[in-house]
Ligand binder design. Structure first.
Ligand code: ZN
Length: 176
C-alpha cells in the first residue's frame, strides 16, 4: 500500500520537474500512475491526487473516476494529467470549501477561478485539452498548486478541523 505524504514533508514544497519525453509509455510511469490510483482509492473522500503526495516529484495528477461517474453507473476510469498547464482561467472567482489528502482533517475556504482550461499529456504522450468548471476547475488549480509546492492552507481562510463524525465516516468507509 502506498502511503500519502503529509504536510511537513519537504517533497510537498518542491517544484516538481516535468515528465520527460522518453518516460512516456514506460512501465515505470505506469507504476507511478497505478500507485497514485491505489493511494487515492484508499481514501473514501478523495477526488484527486498529485504525484508528490505519494513521494514522487513529477508533474502528474489524477482525477478520480468518481468525479465523472453518474449515479448508478460503474465507476469511470481515473483521468491522468501529465505536465499539465493552465491555458485559461475565468475572471469570475468563487470561494470554495477545500481539503487535502496531505493536510488531513482540515478544511478551509479558498478563492478559485470558476472555470479553467488545462492542456496535458496522457500516459502514452498524447496531448489533450480539458475545460473544467466548478469542482473540476477547483481540482485543476489545487493539483497544479501541488506540482509547484503550494498547499491549499497557504491560500485558505477560515481553516478548521473536520467534524469528528465526518472523519469517522471517511475512516470507516476506508475499512470496508
Ligand atoms: Zn491536495
Amino acid at each position: 500500500m502506498t502511503d500519502i505524504v503529509q504536510k511537513g514533508d519537504s517533497i510537498l514544497r518542491e517544484k516538481a520537474p516535468e515528465v520527460q519525453a522518453e518516460e512516456f509509455a514506460t512501465p515505470k510511469l505506469h507504476k507511478i500512475i497505478t500507485d497514485m490510483s491505489e493511494a487515492m482509492a484508499s481514501q473514501h473522500d478523495a477526488v484527486a491526487i498529485a504525484a508528490p503526495q505519494i513521494g514522487v516529484s513529477k508533474r502528474i495528477f489524477l482525477i478520480s473516476g468518481i468525479v465523472f461517474t453518474e449515479e448508478g453507473e460503474p465507476k469511470a476510469d481515473d483521468l491522468v494529467f501529465i505536465n499539465p498547464v493552465i491555458k485559461k482561467l475565468s475572471k469570475q472567482k468563487e470561494s470554495m470549501d477545500e481539503g487535502c489528502l496531505s493536510v488531513r482533517w482540515k478544511y478551509g475556504n479558498v478563492v478559485r477561478h470558476e472555470k479553467a482550461t488545462v492542456t496535458a499529456y496522457d500516459e502514452t504522450g498524447k496531448q489533450f485539452t480539458y475545460n473544467g468548471s466548478g469542482l473540476l476547475a477547483q481540482i485543476f488549480q489545487h493539483e497544479i498548486d501541488h506540482l509547484d509546492g503550494i498547499l491549499f492552507t497557504d491560500k485558505a481562510e477560515n481553516i478548521r478541523d473536520m467534524p469528528d463524525e465526518e472523519i469517522e465516516k471517511i475512516k470507516n468507509a476506508g475499512k470496508q
